[in-house]
Design a protein around this ligand. Structure first.
Ligand code: DC
Length: 228
């Protein structure tokens, strides 16, 4: 019988999780799931509706009601509208970090994420995948990099999307987000005890990919018995 595989990638902002997750999903033929995009979609929706980031009750309701679709070509749809670019704005990055600390929002989105990984093999990236969403994941990686490298990568990403970005500003906002994501009481960012720690600071994208694929192959009988 073939086996469904979950690859969990957690780590702070700018560590290279999305790049790694997309590459590994393509190599293994798995579905890629960006859970940060889901928190961003809820932050965007609440901002557009004028819901305050301290209105926990409404935020939880929005998280439950949001129809979030992550398409195979990596677009993000919120209630059928393509919000792929809108959710990447810096103020939505901060908003996502704020709404993701609300326990009701987490409950709603974690349930959606668990359903997404129920029937098919996935590469899922976020902050709490190996600890909370799929603690039984076959492969877990905690991807890290120095704050300077992470901020540099963020600046490059933003510029590539045509967004003006200043290193000092991005660095400050990223540290603020890291601090909030790691100190919140509900599901803070932390490494699962059985996760492999990878510091990508001095590594190329393909080196990081190879390191993860090695582990994935060991744990999945060379991918032979894997259900896609
Ligand atoms: O990965 P990202 O930068 O797109 O995530 C945006 C915010 O969402 C991040 O600051 C913390 C939150 N997040 C979370 O709390 N849990 C996840 N599994 C993914 C993201």
């Amino acid at each position: 019988m073939s086996k469904r595989i979950i690859i969990a990638i957690d780590g702070p902002a700018g560590a290279g999780k999305s790049t790694l997750a997309k590459r590994v999903a393509a190599r293994m033929g798995f579905i890629y799931i960006d859970t940060g995009a889901m928190y961003r979609a809820v932050a965007l929706w609440s901002r557009n509706l004028g819901v305050g980031w301290d209105d926990y009750h409404r935020l939880e309701q929005l998280a439950r009601e949001a129809e979030i679709e992550l398409t195979r070509d990596n677009r993000v749809l919120l209630n059928s509208e393509d919000v792929s670019e809108a959710i990447r704005a810096p103020e939505i990055s901060q908003g996502a970090s704020i709404v993701s600390a609300v326990p009701g929002v987490r409950r709603a989105l974690v349930a959606k994420q668990q359903r997404m990984g129920e029937t098919t093999s996935v590469v899922m990236e976020g902050r709490d995948i190996g600890t909370v969403v799929f603690p039984q994941a076959e492969v877990k990686v905690f991807l890290d990099a120095s704050p300077e490298v992470r901020a540099e990568r963020r600046v490059k990403d933003l510029k590539a999307r045509g967004v003006e970005a200043d290193f000092a500003e991005v660095y400050r906002e990223m540290k603020q987000r890291d601090e909030r994501d790691s100190t919140r009481p509900d599901s803070p960012l932390r490494q699962a005890p059985d996760a492999m720690y990878l510091d990508s600071s001095g590594m190329t994208e393909s080196e990081v990919e190879e390191a993860l694929l090695r582990i994935a192959r060991e744990r999945t009988s060379n991918g032979k018995e894997v259900q896609r």
